[in-house]
Design a protein around this ligand. Structure first.
Ligand code: SF4
Ligand code: SF4
Length: 492
C-alpha cells in the first residue's frame, strides 16, 4: 500500500510503502537527501489484514483550519480532511518533571525553556474542546509531570466545572506516592482516572527506562490513591523489547489482584525519538501484535490473541446510541492499526475474555444494521431501541454457559439502553480493560493513521492537533511560541 510518511532526519513528507514480507508488515521510504529507512509496521501479517477490515469514516467534530492547502499534517487543525472527532484530549500543563527518564527529550531541563500555559489559556483550551460536536468527553492532563504544576487541583476543578464527564492525569505517580491527602484532594476536585506510568512488576525495567528503581513508588502511589478514595488507576507500561516484554502477563495479573482500583492496563509500545540507528530500533521495536502474542503466552492462553479487536471495532455501538438518542456521540473511528483492546472478567485469578461468551462480531453487525433501521423508523426511536435492547434479543449474542456469574444480558442492556457513562462504569468495575496503542514516531509514521487520530492535543493558540502529529511535527514550535527561556526565568 502506498502512503506518505516522514523523513526521520529532516521531517520532510516523503512517499512510503507499507508491504508484507516474511509474515510481517514493513514500511520503507526514501528521502532524496537522507537515504532509505525501513522499519517494522506490524509484526504479524494475518492480524494486520484482519484489523484492516475494520474501517469507519468519521468527521472532525470541529473545524479550525478551514482549508487543507498545506497538506496533512501541516494544516492541523483540525482541518476538514480529518476523519475522527476527539475521543480523548491531552493538555500539557508543564514541561517540568520530577523524574529524569533517560529516554525523554521533552523536559524543561533538556529543552532549555519552560512551557506552562496560563490558567486563562487553559480555560480557553478546555472551552474549545467542550464546543466540539459532540463535546469532547475526556481530558487528560499531561506534561512533563502535570502534578507538579502549581494549582493542579484547581485545574482539575476547572475541567469539572466545564463539564468534562471524564478527567484523567498521566503521571509518574511520585506526587501520589508522597501524599494520600493529595490523592484525596484530587478525588474531591473531580479527578476520575490516574494514568500511571508502570513499566513492570520488577525493578529492572525502571532502572533502564526511568533511571532509578521506581517500583516501590508505583506501589505506594496505588495504595495512596486507594486510601484517598480515587476509584480508577490505569497502568501504562512503555513496552520495549528486551526490557519488559517478559512481564506483560505479570502486569495484567498484578492489575487483576488490584481490581478494586486498577481498571486496566494500556500498553504503549516504545516510540523512538531523534535519530536512532536501525540496529538499535530493531533491538527495541515492539508492535501491537507482539504485545498480544506475549500476553497469550504469558497467561497460558487464558487471554488468547483472538480476544483482541482494533479500537474502531466498537464504532457501531456509538452509531446505535446516536441513532436512538438523536444526539451525536463520540465515535471511535481511529485507524485500525493504531490500537487494540479487549475486556476480561477476573474470577479467582482466572481470566475470561468477553469474546469467550459474547459473539462480539455478530453483536456489532446487528447494532450497525439496527442503527440504520432506527434512523428510518416511524414508530418512535425510543420504542424501537427499547425493543432491540430487550434481553430476549440481546441474549442471543451471549453464551450463558460460558459467561461469568456477574455477567448477563442485563449488563449489556443497561449499557446500550442507557447509553451513558454510568452504565459503562458499572461494567468497568467488574472487568479489566487491556489495550495497546502504538504511538507513531518518524520511522513508522503513516499519514493515513494520523488523519484518523482521535487523541488530540489542545494548544494555547486554540488549535486541536492529533497526538502523533503534535509529537512528531508541531511540539517544538507550539512550545517555543508559548514558553519562556529558562535563562530569562533565572535572571528575572
Ligand atoms: S492530521 Fe488531521 S487535522 Fe491535521 S492536517 Fe491531517 S487531516 Fe488535517
Ligand atoms: S495518537 Fe497516534 S496512535 Fe493513537 S490514534 Fe492518534 S495517530 Fe493513532
Amino acid at each position: 500500500m502506498k502512503t506518505k510518511s516522514l523523513c526521520p532526519q529532516c521531517l520532510e513528507v516523503i512517499d512510503a510503502e507499507v508491504y508484507g514480507e516474511d509474515g510481517k508488515i514493513l514500511i520503507k521510504k526514501r528521502c532524496e537527501e537522507h537515504g532509505e529507512f525501513n522499519d517494522v509496521y506490524w509484526s504479524d501479517a494475518s492480524s494486520y489484514h484482519k484489523f484492516s477490515e475494520c474501517r469507519y469514516e468519521g468527521n472532525p467534530g470541529i473545524q479550525i483550519t478551514k482549508n487543507s492547502d498545506n497538506g496533512c499534517s501541516f494544516d492541523c487543525g483540525l482541518c476538514p480532511e480529518h476523519k475522527s472527532s476527539t475521543m480523548l484530549a491531552i493538555i500539557d500543563l508543564t514541561n517540568r518533571c520530577n523524574q529524569r527518564c533517560p529516554t525523554c527529550f521533552a523536559n524543561a531541563a533538556v529543552s532549555g525553556y519552560l512551557y506552562e500555559p496560563r490558567m486563562e489559556q487553559l480555560e480557553e483550551m478546555m472551552k474549545l474542546l467542550r464546543s466540539e460536536v459532540p463535546p469532547c468527553p475526556a481530558v487528560q492532563f499531561a506534561g512533563g509531570e502535570p502534578t507538579i504544576r502549581e494549582g493542579f487541583v484547581n485545574i482539575v476543578k476547572m475541567a469539572r466545572s466545564l463539564g468534562f464527564p471524564h478527567i484523567q492525569v498521566a503521571t509518574n505517580g511520585i506526587a501520589m506516592a508522597k501524599s494520600e491527602e493529595f490523592c484525596h484532594r484530587l478525588k474531591e476536585a473531580g479527578l476520575h482516572t490516574v494514568y500511571l506510568q508502570f513499566d513492570g512488576t520488577k525493578e529492572e525495567p525502571y532502572k533502564i527506562l526511568r533511571g532509578f528503581p521506581a517500583l516501590k513508588t508505583k506501589l505506594k502511589a496505588i495504595e495512596n490513591c486507594r486510601r484517598g478514595g480515587l476509584k480508577s488507576v490505569v497502568l501504562v507500561p512503555t513496552l520495549m523489547k528486551g526490557v519488559n516484554d517478559d512481564q506483560v502477563g505479570d502486569m495484567v495479573r498484578f492489575a487483576a489482584e488490584n481490581l478494586d482500583i486498577v481498571r486496566g492496563v494500556n500498553a504503549q509500545p516504545v516510540s523512538f525519538e531523534g535519530r536512532v540507528d536501525e540496529s538499535e530500533r530493531k533491538k527495541g521495536r515492539i508492535t501491537i501484535p507482539d504485545f498480544i502474542n506475549l500476553l497469550e503466552e504469558q497467561t497460558d492462553g487464558e487471554i488468547p490473541r483472538e480476544s483482541f479487536y482494533p479500537v474502531p471495532f466498537v464504532a457501531p455501538f456509538s452509531y446505535f446510541v446516536e441513532a436512538w438518542k438523536g444526539i451525536p456521540q463520540m465515535e471511535l473511528t481511529v485507524h485500525p492499526h493504531c490500537g487494540a483492546a479487549t475486556y476480561v472478567f477476573v474470577d479467582n485469578g482466572r481470566f475470561t475474555p468477553i469474546t469467550e461468551f459474547v459473539d462480539v462480531e455478530g453483536l456489532m453487525e446487528f447494532l450497525m444494521e439496527e442503527s440504520e433501521e432506527i434512523k428510518k423508523s416511524k414508530v418512535g426511536k425510543m420504542k424501537a431501541a427499547a425493543r432491540i435492547v430487550s434481553a430476549s434479543i440481546l441474549g442471543k449474542f451471549i453464551d450463558k454457559d460460558k459467561a461469568p456469574a456477574e455477567f448477563d444480558a442485563v449488563s449489556l442492556m443497561s449499557i446500550l439502553g442507557k447509553g451513558n457513562r454510568d452504565s459503562l462504569a458499572v461494567f468497568h468495575r467488574k472487568t479489566l480493560f487491556i489495550g495497546a496503542m502504538h504511538f507513531q514516531d518518524a520511522y513508522n509514521f503513516d499519514f493515513e493513521r494520523v488523519k484518523r487520530c482521535g487523541i488530540h492535543y489542545a494548544t494555547p493558540d486554540l488549535r486541536i492537533i492529533p497526538f502523533c502529529s503534535y509529537n512528531a511535527i508541531h511540539r517544538p514550535s507550539v512550545e517555543k511560541a508559548f514558553s519562556t527561556p529558562l535563562h530569562k526565568l533565572h535572571s528575572g
